[in-house]
Design a protein around this ligand. Structure first.
Ligand code: ADP
Ligand code: ZN
Length: 207
């Protein structure tokens, strides 16, 4: 199955994607994770992307389309994929349709007011990449799952978050109409307990 997760930053796409991918045995392709690792390793893509990612803007379409197209040609995508964070513009969506069109697009919806506190309180594990909210942590430095070190993403600062939400509404939200027009859009309420959201997604996928 070829899937795309759509939705604003902080909607829980990454958390849900990990669960769904395990269940369906398809690779979880997070363009945000790929870019952060490219930046950390100083690759040519990383150098091109750094300033955009740190300011909360979008990395140019050509950079993303090349990166994703290469990734989708890997053998592990033979049975499908789950794209998390791509496409983020209509141009990227049109390119994806040419490369390997998604069967279904899941829009995980959460209101802006909730997103701000989710993102400012988000902590990420350096070892296992799981994310947590500070309000649910006894120790905000140590991962409760694996004992790894927790950190706060540089772009999870209030100013950058505001920018990311604006970019989402102007550039990415139009994809809701784009996929709705193609008949592949399914909407899920992301403002519920994580397990309930997972079940709603599985139901939308007919699993
Ligand atoms: P979020 O929590 O905002 O969904 P991601 O980890 O998906 O965060 O992405 C982090 C940043 O990486 C984005 O703010 C953007 O700068 C860059 N990025 C990720 N995917 C794309 C894309 N498809 N097109 C352009 N930029 C992207
Ligand atoms: Zn961990």
């Amino acid at each position: 199955m070829k899937l795309v997760f759509l939705g604003p930053p902080g909607a829980g796409k990454g958390t849900q994607a990990a669960k769904i991918c395990e269940k369906l045995s398809i690779p979880h392709i997070s363009t945000g994770d790929m870019l952060r690792s490219a930046i950390a390793n100083g690759t040519p893509t990383g150098l091109k992307a750094k300033a955009f990612v740190e300011s909360g803007g979008l990395v140019p379409d050509e950079v993303l389309i090349e990166m994703v197209s290469e990734r989708l040609s890997n053998a592990d995508c033979a049975n499908g994929y789950l794209l998390d964070g791509f496409p983020r513009t209509v141009h990227q969506a049109e390119a994806l349709n040419q490369i390997s069109a998604p069967d279904l697009v899941i829009d995980v919806e959460v209101a802006d007011e909730k997103l701000l506190s989710r993102l400012t309180g988000r902590r990420v594990c350096k070892s296992c990449a799981n994310t947590f909210h500070v309000s649910k942590l006894e120790n905000d430095k140590v991962c409760p799952d694996c004992g790894g070190e927790l950190y706060q993403r540089k772009d999870d600062s209030p100013e950058t978050i505001t920018n990311r939400l604006n970019v989402y509404h102007s550039q990415t939200a139009p994809l809701i109409d784009f996929y709705s027009g193609l008949g592949t859009l399914r909407t899920v309420d992301g403002d519920a307990e994580p397990d309930k959201v997972t079940n709603a997604i599985l139901q939308a996928l007919g699993c």
